[in-house]
Design a protein around this ligand. Sequence first.
Ligand SMILES: NCc1[nH]cc(CCC(=O)O)c1CC(=O)O
Length: 331
Amino acid sequence: MATPIIAPFPASRLRRLRRSANIRAMVSETNLTPANLIWPIFVTEVPGADGEIASMPGVERLTLDGARRAAERAMRLSIPAICIFPHSDQALRTEDCARAWDPDNIGNLAIRAVKEVAPELVVMTDIALDPYNANGHDGLVVDGEILNDETVEALVRMALVQAECGADVLGPSDMMDGRIGALRAALEREGHKHVAILSYAAKFASAFYGPFRDAVGASGRLVGDKKTYQINPANRGEAIRCVARDLAEGADMVMVKPGMPYLDICRAVKDEFGAPTFAYQVSGEYAMLEGAIRNGWLSREAMLESLLGFRRAGCDGVLSYFAPSVAEMLA
Ligand SMILES: NCc1[nH]cc(CCC(=O)O)c1CC(=O)O
């Protein structure tokens, strides 16, 4: 950035350009539009499990019909993309995670349902085994170890089925090594060369995922933690290396996750690589803002301000549970 020349006071009065809404609009450096939003939704196959998620007030698990309505709502609000997260039957979660590549699992049914009603809407998916895993981990667990290479093979099977069902963008959120290269090669080989990969490249081992694990029914199951595969929140250099690696393996877009406590990483990633960069304002960030808003401790402006912060930090877009309410506010 060029160093701005500032005349000494009173020649320079920075308040001149803050005097009215229109003059502020003229010099606004960043903006937030619905095009910057990706809306994550939860879809359940369990009768009676639809409805509000206690730790995410205002966010619901949807039925397939609810997912169709959400897709139509996204289109009406000019939100370009939704991201589908499955809530599967607990009784069908196994150690081999075989349902992850079942074409009729709830995530895949939801992809097809959404594409039926909104073929233009970009459908993003999650690639990780946790929604179908008996022990809540993103990878296969044998004798307490999260296996890397075997998990990558399972993720490839899962991804190909999602692509077959019509997914436009795959979101590997598992943090295994080598998965981007393996996914990209398999997609090319199997006739899905146009399917994009938005890698959860800099995904930290965070306490802010708690409400999400409630939403997908993984909270009570998770044995231990995810620190052997997700990044230590103390590490910035490692996050940059992860992004470099995933881009080199063929990721089309990259993500930083969580969002608000990691805006320095967003800025560094955008400056370093210039690739399409997204942040995930995760469930815990949503819960703390929405909780405070519902208690009257914060105004809804806080939600807009938080999202603008991602834009200022260099993000092209944000996955946010606030997406539909923000798009409504912006309309
Ligand atoms: N594959 C797991 C996954 N995919 C997205 C999220 C979190 C999203 C959120 O908190 O909103 C997680 C949770 C985790 O890693 O435990």
